[in-house]
Design a protein. Structure first.
Length: 102
């Protein structure tokens, strides 16, 4: 997923021909994933209640409200850097869907 290293810590939990499941852990406020483009559809499952800042490039930023255990889906092609705005350690699980149905 990442094209530029950030300060958030990725831990790959499962990786096979169908999915790649990664926990992204933000230990400090301001930690980030690094700028990247998603090459696959993906699902994110937040493990906390809080806010992430989404740097969309060209000076555009958005804020995403995270709710513990409430997943969301995004399609291939999303480009962004994800930054923790929280004053506490937080994490989410990302499920990249590597294989499409035939």
């Amino acid at each position: 997923m990442c094209n530029q290293k950030g300060s958030a810590q990725p831990t790959v939990l499962i990786e096979n021909e169908s999915v790649k499941i990664t926990e992204w852990r933000f230990k400090n406020q301001g930690d980030n994933t690094g700028w990247h483009r998603h090459a696959f559809d993906y699902v994110v499952i937040p493990l906390f209640d809080g806010v992430l800042e989404i740097d969309l490039g060209n000076g555009k930023r958005d804020h995403a409200l995270m709710q513990n255990g409430i997943p969301y889906f995004r399609e291939v092609g999303v480009e962004h850097d994800v930054i923790s705005m929280n004053e506490f350690e937080c994490a989410f699980v990302e499920v990249e869907l590597l294989k499409t149905k035939e």
